[in-house]
Write a protein that binds this ligand. Structure first.
Ligand SMILES: N[C@@H](CCC(=O)N[C@@H](CS)C(=O)NCC(=O)O)C(=O)O
Length: 209
């Protein structure tokens, strides 16, 4: 299996999931320069993934799977004993999908993707940071008030994706300290070995390629 990723982008959630399962050691990791859509060897990333985005997973049969929430569930289902996703068909699996969608559409895309979009007008960035983020983060804060993890009392791929979003708040001008529960949740996740390993591997690659 091969993961196409960009350092400290949302694809890091898949790297975390792979490390949780132990499959990270047998996965090929291919860095994508998102600004040029090229791989480290200079080849065209669109040839591998016509969407040009990360994450993309090349499966052992050669198929490419895209969309982070699908990729994360695929990895989790390869290692059901990891508990990274509750069993398909259970209410908890729908709760997982509910959180994956919230993180993806409300936090990642409505907040971070706007703030980090070099083409977004300053007003749009300020709106995302000052108006949208507080409303969404309040929901997140309340949901985690009496929990260590989003779903089922254990670490799942929803927590891996949420960690990615929270890891960028400081760079996005969002003070996580306003939400003590989220800050505690983020700090605890950051100490998890799979998360610490993925972060250290990708931080080491942050130099431009
Ligand atoms: N719909 C995709 C979006 C993924 C996405 O936004 N990836 C970002 C990195 S965090 C990216 O590839 N950005 C470059 C681009 O959109 O051209 C998913 O959920 O996986």
């Amino acid at each position: 299996m091969d993961l196409y990723f960009s350092p400290m982008a949302c694809s890091i959630a898949t790297r975390i999931a792979l490390h949780e399962t132990g499959m990270g050691d047998s996965t090929g990791f291919h860095r994508v320069a998102l600004s040029t859509k090229t791989l480290d060897d200079g080849s065209d990333y669109y040839a591998a993934n016509p969407k040009g985005q990360v994450p993309a997973l090349r499966l052992d049969n050669g198929e490419i799977l895209t969309e982070g929430t699908a990729v994360l569930q695929y990895v989790a289902d390869l290692a059901p004993e990891s508990g990274l996703a509750p069993a398909n068909g259970t209410m908890e699996r729908y709760r997982l999908q509910e959180w994956l969608n919230f993180v993806g559409t409300e936090l990642h895309k409505q907040v971070l993707a706007v703030i980090f979009n070099p083409h977004a007008p300053a007003e749009a960035k300020a709106f995302a940071r000052d108006e949208v983020a507080p409303v969404k983060f309040e929901v997140f804060e309340k949901a985690l008030a009496d929990k260590d993890f989003l779903v089922g009392g254990r670490f799942t791929v929803a927590d891996a994706y949420a960690w990615f979003v929270l890891s960028l708040c400081g760079y996005a001008g969002i003070d996580l300290g306003r939400w003590p529960v989220l800050q505690r949740y983020f700090d605890a996740l950051s100490r998890r070995p799979s998360v610490a390993r993925a972060a250290s591997e990708e931080m080491a690659l942050m130099k431009p390629n």
